[in-house]
Every structure is written in C-alpha cells, then in structure tokens.
Design a protein around this ligand. Structure first.
Ligand code: SAM
Length: 345
C-alpha cells in the first residue's frame, strides 16, 4: 500500500515512512487525499477568525521573533479594553464570530485586566468564541481567563525537540514549561491549539517527526503552522526562510493525521507567497484569520519582515477574501466554527 493511502487509512505512519513522505518530491496525490479528508469533516466550509493583536510588548527574547524584548528599534503599543472592544464591534458587524486576542507576553496586563477584556467581549457578544494567545501563564491565570469566558487558547510548542528548542530560545525558556502550559490548558477544558514554524533555523526532518508525535500525544483542536520568516532586527536576521512547498506538504499531512483539526492558512504563508493563503486552503487548511487590529498598529506587530497586513489580510476586506475563497471552490461561513471531533459530516 502506498504510504499516502496508508496515512489516509490509519491516520499515522512510522517514523521512517514519515521521513520518506516529508522528503518526497511530488505532493499532488497527498494534496488530493488531504482535500478529500477535509471535505468529509468540514465540506466546503472555511472558518473565519478576527485577529486582534493586543500588544507588541514582550518580556521574552525568542531569537526568531521581531517583537522580542531586545528589539529596541521597534515602537511599542498596547491596546486598552476600549480599543479592543472597538475592534470586536467592528468585527461583529463584519460577521466575525470568533475573536483571537494575540500578543507578546506583556506584563502590563494583570489577570484581572485580561478577565475584564474577555468578560466585556463575551457579555456583549455571547454568540462569539474568544481565543487567547498571550503566551505562558500559571495554571491559575488560565483558569481565571476560562472562568471569565475564554473558550480557546493558542500556544505553539514551536519545536518538540529540547535541543532544538534551546537553539531558538534563551536559556530561561524551557520546552517542558511550554508543554506543561498546553496540558494545563487541556485540563481546564479549553479548545487548545498548538503548532510550530516550518524551516526554523537548525530544524531537521527528524525534529518535524517529533513535532508530529507531540501533536499526536496532545491531540489539539487547532494546529497552526507557518514558515519561519526572518526579521532584520533579530539574531536570525540572515537565516534562510522556511519553504512554501514543505509548509503546504505539512498542512496536508496534518489534515490526514488530524482529520477534525482546525488548521489555519496563516499570514506567514500569505507573506511568503502571493498565492500562499489559497494554496494553504487547497492543501487542507480550513481557517483564515484576517487582521482586525486598529490600522495604525498593524505594521508594529512585526514578527518578521514584510508581514502582510493589508489587502485581504485586513478584516475590512472580508468580501474580497470571501470571493477569493469562492474562486477555489470553498465558502467562508459566519459561524462560531467549533471543532468537529465526532464524525465525518
Ligand atoms: N506570545 C504568544 C506566544 O508566545 O504564543 C503569542 C505571540 S507569538 C509572536 C505568535 C507566534 O508567532 C509564535 O508562536 C511563533 O511561532 C510565530 N512567529 C514569531 N516569529 C516568527 C517568525 N520570525 N517567523 C514565523 N513565525 C513567527
């Protein structure tokens, strides 16, 4: 049996088989099987999330990230609860039913502040889901946000290999802590998202297999992957960017391993290639996350060079995005877009 058929049937492969799939040249059949599988679970639906980038202050110094603490060239901003409510108001009017609040690890916001923001949005828009993506926190903080109404949490593990992790992060950051946060979030009943960068510096094919194994263990509801893209004011300024082909291949592999998963076609993919957003959907992704942040701060949430934040990346251009998705045979839906873990539709 061909390994792609085997992956389609069994939803897993041996390490050797995964390596041979990851290094194969022609992905046509892989994309085809991934599309079949996502149609079984989600039909032609593409879910849309409004991304609000709440702060570019960060206490961390991840070597790859443009908003790392030591980047002194960056102007910093943070949104107030009122600013965030304005974004949510605008988003609700445009048809968004999930708001993703993402930011650096900004110690200015207390747990009470985050709870107040979450509660205010939930109180005004009870038919919406709130996703937080604000980094590593103690379990009690995650619990407080959940009690305030947060539904989902995104925290990429970045790499499941601790040696590789130590090459991407300062010594103070540990893979075990990141993984523990993900287990805590699961235990608290969040819909959890994890993931990794494709082509991050020093990444090997074996590292990627470990990433897939960790995801098998975690069984996340959402899986976010995107190519690593260098930022000029980081230590990885001159590193090679991640490959489009490998990112798309991995989206398809993830779809076959985790048929139910909510997998975004990411901004990093759209930044890497003008057709990246569409290609991601055609490889098996089923979520898009246009930017709802206030216009004047979008360029300051600068994770990597030339990050896309205008055109169809902008939430206000939703109609254009919908048309683009329709042009490839899919349909953007106004839907809370919860995971379908139970069965094929
Ligand atoms: N602070 C939160 C956290 O740590 O999860 C959320 C913000 S963090 C900037 C969001 C994601 O951006 C990271 O998980 C990382 O994978 C991605 N990212 C950061 N720098 C990147 C780069 N240079 N290229 C591609 N993705 C990057």
């Amino acid at each position: 049996m061909d390994i792609i058929d085997k992956l389609y049937e069994n939803k897993t492969l041996s390490d050797t088989e995964l390596i041979s799939l990851l290094t194969a040249c022609d992905d046509t059949y892989l994309f085809e099987k991934a599309v079949t599988r996502r149609k079984e679970y989600y039909g032609d639906k593409v879910f849309i999330r409004g991304l609000i980038e709440i702060s570019n202050y960060c206490k961390n110094n991840c070597l790859y990230c443009g908003i790392r603490k030591d980047n002194t060239f960056l102007s910093r901003y943070r949104l107030s609860c009122d600013d965030i409510m304005m974004c949510a108001d605008q988003g609700y009017g445009l048809g968004f039913r999930t708001f993703v609040l993402q930011g650096g690890e900004d110690l200015h916001y207390s747990d009470d502040d985050i709870c107040h923001i979450v509660y205010s949005i939930k109180n005004k828009f009870p038919d919406c889901a709130i996703t937080l993506s604000i980094g590593e926190k103690p379990k009690e903080s995650y619990k407080a946000y959940k009690d305030a109404g947060a539904d989902r949490y995104l925290l990429r593990h970045e790499t499941a290999d601790s040696d590789h992790y130590s090459k991407l992060h300062p010594i103070s950051m540990k893979l075990d802590i990141r993984k523990q946060c993900l287990w805590d979030l699961k235990e608290l009943g969040y819909q959890v998202g994890s993931g990794f960068m494709v082509g991050s510096p020093y990444q090997t094919t074996e590292n990627i297999v470990k990433d897939l194994r960790f995801l098998e263990e975690l069984q996340p509801d959402m899986i976010g992957i995107g190519p690593f893209l260098p930022h000029c004011d980081t230590p990885f300024c001159n590193m090679e960017k991640g490959s489009l082909q490998l990112t798309l291949k991995l989206i398809s592999i993830l779809r076959l391993m985790f048929p139910y998963a909510l997998i975004p076609s990411t901004t990093a993919l759209a930044t890497l290639s003008p057709t990246g957003r569409k290609d991601g959907i055609l490889a098996g992704a089923n979520v898009v996350m246009p930017n709802l942040s206030p216009n004047d701060v979008r360029k300051l949430y600068s994770l990597y060079n030339n990050k896309a934040y205008s055109g169809i990346e902008a939430a206000e251009a939703k109609d254009k995005l919908c048309k683009e998705i329709e042009s490839i045979g899919y349909r953007v839906v106004t839907d809370i877009g919860n995971v379908n873990k139970k069965s094929a539709i």
